[in-house]
Design a protein around this ligand. Structure first.
Ligand code: AKB
Length: 315
């Protein structure tokens, strides 16, 4: 049985990854850690700890206390927030990763860290973006993600740390809202559609980006960590995608269920520039071949589920 630590457990992915892991490995074997104590308390059906992941001593104390053998490092300032404070983004994103890797090296832990479509940049091929290609991002978030991929591969090759990672697209979910991401519109649109039947989108028509529904995202983390290491040619990091759409397509899909839904546009220049530098759609065949990546939700299935779940919460 594994002893798992999820750092950044209160975030958009962490808050759904923790319950998913607890179902699989038992509530007491999955420790939720976050800098925000209130967010930890929402995950109190198992052990939790307040942790600033950039504090190496406290991080180590928790790893020793629970005899941790697997770390899911979900700590990150997202792309748009990162541009507001690049120094802080580097400090948090790289600090949490460095601590995860160094502690893993000393205490023989496996490490999962998400990378992102943000690791790509304007010189990357945009359509069917290959697994191995040009990576010259021009956001601090992307710089951290590429550095993180390289550092994780280095720790695997040099010290034998079992590091694994995926390049997540925009993640759509209905439990915890994302904050400060470029792809956040694709979550907000569902809430506003239910509340006001109206949404003002901050990315323009024709901005195609890869996306994924949360149940596929949390399953991807665990499937990769459970994959046979002999089959892994890549490690940090695998392209994975479930769908690619632009704002108009998601709006049209919502209209099928809420005919009075109306959408207009007010472009956020920072987010639009970031989105324009990212792929339209990634090729995720390496993930499919090396560890069986196979997403279940497309835009139509996700839209039905999102609207149902948000509707339930509003009743
Ligand atoms: C963001 O928009 O910053 C994130 C991501 C795609 O990594 N959702």
């Amino acid at each position: 049985m594994k002893n798992i630590l999820v750092v950044g457990a209160g975030g958009q992915i962490g808050s759904e990854l923790v319950p998913f892991l607890r179902k699989q490995y038992g509530a007491n074997n999955v420790i939720a850690a976050d800098i925000d104590e209130d967010k930890c308390k929402k995950l109190s059906e198992g052990p939790w700890e307040k942790l600033d992941a950039t504090d190496g001593n406290r991080f180590l104390e928790i790893v020793k206390k629970y005899k941790i053998d697997t770390i899911y490092n979900m700590v990150a300032l997202l792309s748009a927030t990162g541009e507001k404070n690049p120094e802080l983004a580097w400090k948090i994103n790289m600090g949490a990763l460095e601590n995860s890797l160094n502690i893993a090296k000393e205490h023989n832990c496996a490490v999962f860290t998400p990378s992102s479509i943000g690791a790509f940049g304007p010189t990357t091929p945009k359509d069917n973006t290959p697994q191995d290609t040009i990576m010259q991002p021009n956001t601090i978030y992307g710089v951290c993600k590429v550095s993180g991929e390289l550092l994780s591969n280095y720790y695997y090759q040099r010290y034998g740390v079992d590091t694994r990672s995926v390049r997540f697209p925009g993640i759509i979910s209905n439990v915890t809202l994302p904050g400060g991401g470029t792809t956040d519109y694709a979550v907000e649109i569902y809430y506003e559609a239910i509340k006001k039947q109206q949404y003002t989108c901050n990315l323009q028509k024709g901005t195609f980006l890869d996306m994924m529904y949360m149940p596929d995202a949390v399953k991807a983390c665990v499937d990769l960590m459970e994959a046979n290491p002999e089959k892994l040619i890549h490690r940090n990091s695998f392209n994975i995608s479930a769908m690619s759409f632009d704002p108009e397509m998601i709006g049209d899909e919502i209209k099928k269920h809420i005919p009075e839904f109306n959408m207009d546009y007010n472009i956020d220049k920072v987010k639009q520039t970031i989105a324009d530098s990212w792929p339209n759609s990634m090729d995720d065949n390496c993930a499919r071949e090396e560890w069986g990546w196979n997403p279940q939700f497309n835009l139509a299935a996700m839209t039905i589920d999102m609207l149902e779940k948000i509707e339930e919460k509003h009743q």
